[in-house]
Design a protein around this ligand. Structure first.
Ligand code: ATP
Ligand code: FE
Length: 353
């Protein structure tokens, strides 16, 4: 089976070609065309600009993915596309492009949940076996999932306000570090003392896996204000605050991962803890999660960064995983701005949680 994947739910236009089957697939090409420059002046992704850029880039992106795989459309057996959740204009652009190709070539068309794509990636990259715990941490998402089958996801909890990547970006802005905030805070934190400032670990006093990062950001803001001299921060203060913020995020993610495992333990035996999303690039976060995994003698799996952040290979792969147990969507496929993962399979894992 050779499958074309298309992704356009946020600010990356992506296409990929995979060959193989569930549990044994090879990425022949994976092209990601970013839009960072287009949105740079607006302080965030502008949905209308993103949708137009996707519509302009999708054809080129698909062509490049086919060229890099050394294939033509005639070699493709199925098409998979992100059908949600995401910015609706972008999702519609991708779905229309995929429908056009499927209709013209008489190919089966599969609509894929973007989060399912992230959640199933460790099976593509590391052949991880079900069930596993997935921590999805990106600019737009933060949630714990138990993945027990290609379409069996149980959400254990997530952020009740900002996603961690968003918090890294906002804090970087507060302490005058460049965007994207994650890498610049990680870099600056290396020279800092994480214990100098007392910053909160939100919701650690509350049971369950829900998290909050917005109060932490406000605490950084207050601390920063007390450090400003003539409107600027000393380099060491900046480093110490970056280190303190990062340490707080690390503590929250690690402790909530422990809770997720404790909550799930009665249901089955998780042997792998996996991460996905751009924030998974952070070495301090990886290190802490690896330690949690060792505590329960589980494997820690972090896919290569190119497959951790938004890409189309994960969408094509999720369709390979799911096609044995579902029919193609065909031309009836519609774009869904909201699509909670465990809505696809409300009955899995029984009724216990
Ligand atoms: P989504 O994929 O949820 O739609 P997104 O496209 O914003 O959202 P990603 O591309 O997965 O998310 O990740 C980008 C985010 O990851 C940014 O917020 C960025 O600051 C953060 N990030 C990248 N590298 C690091 C790092 N080393 N440490 C912490 N955060 C990081
Ligand atoms: Fe994503």
């Amino acid at each position: 089976m050779t499958i074309l994947g298309i992704e356009s739910s946020c600010d990356d236009t992506a296409a990929a070609v995979l060959r193989g089957q569930a549990g044994d697939a090879k990425v022949l090409s994976s092209v990601v065309m970013g839009q960072t420059a287009l949105h740079a002046n607006f302080g965030g992704v502008v949905p209308e600009i993103a949708a137009r850029a996707h519509a302009e880039k999708l054809d080129h992106c698909v062509k490049q993915a086919l060229d890099e795989a050394d294939l033509g459309l005639g070699d493709i057996d199925a098409v998979a596309v992100t059908a949600g959740p995401g910015l609706i204009g972008g999702v519609v652009s991708g779905v229309m492009c995929a429908k056009g190709i499927a209709l013209a070539r008489g190919l089966p068309l599969y609509g894929v949940n973007h989060l399912a794509g992230h959640a199933l990636t460790p099976r593509l990259t590391d052949h991880v076996t079900f069930p596993y715990l997935m921590l999805l941490v990106s600019g737009g998402h933060c949630q714990f999932l138990i993945v027990s089958g290609p379409d069996a996801f149980k959400r254990l909890g997530g952020t009740i306000d900002d996603a961690p990547g968003e918090a890294f970006d906002k804090v970087a802005r507060l302490i005058a570090l460049p965007q994207p905030g994650g890498p610049s805070i990680e870099q600056r934190a290396k020279a800092g003392d994480p214990k100098r400032f007392k910053l909160p670990r939100p919701l650690l006093d509350r049971a369950g896996c829900d998290m909050s990062f917005s109060g932490l950001k406000t605490a950084v803001l207050r601390q920063r204000d007390s450090l400003l001299v003539d409107g600027a921060m000393a380099a060491q203060d900046q480093a110490d605050l970056a280190a303190g913020f990062q340490a707080a995020v690390v503590d929250v993610l690690a402790e909530k991962t422990r809770r997720a495992l404790a909550e799930y333990a009665p249901l089955a035996d998780v042997r792998s803890i996996c991460v996905a999303g751009g924030v998974a690039a952070n070495m301090a976060i990886r290190g802490a999660l690896e330690t949690v995994a060792q505590e329960i003698d589980a494997a820690f799996v972090a896919p290569p960064l190119a497959l951790c952040t938004d890409n189309a290979a994960m969408i094509a792969y999720a369709a390979l995983e799911q096609m044995a147990s579902r029919e193609p969507d065909g031309m009836a496929l519609s774009a869904r701005p909201r699509w909670p993962l465990d809505q696809t399979s409300p009955s899995m894992l029984g009724s216990g949680k």
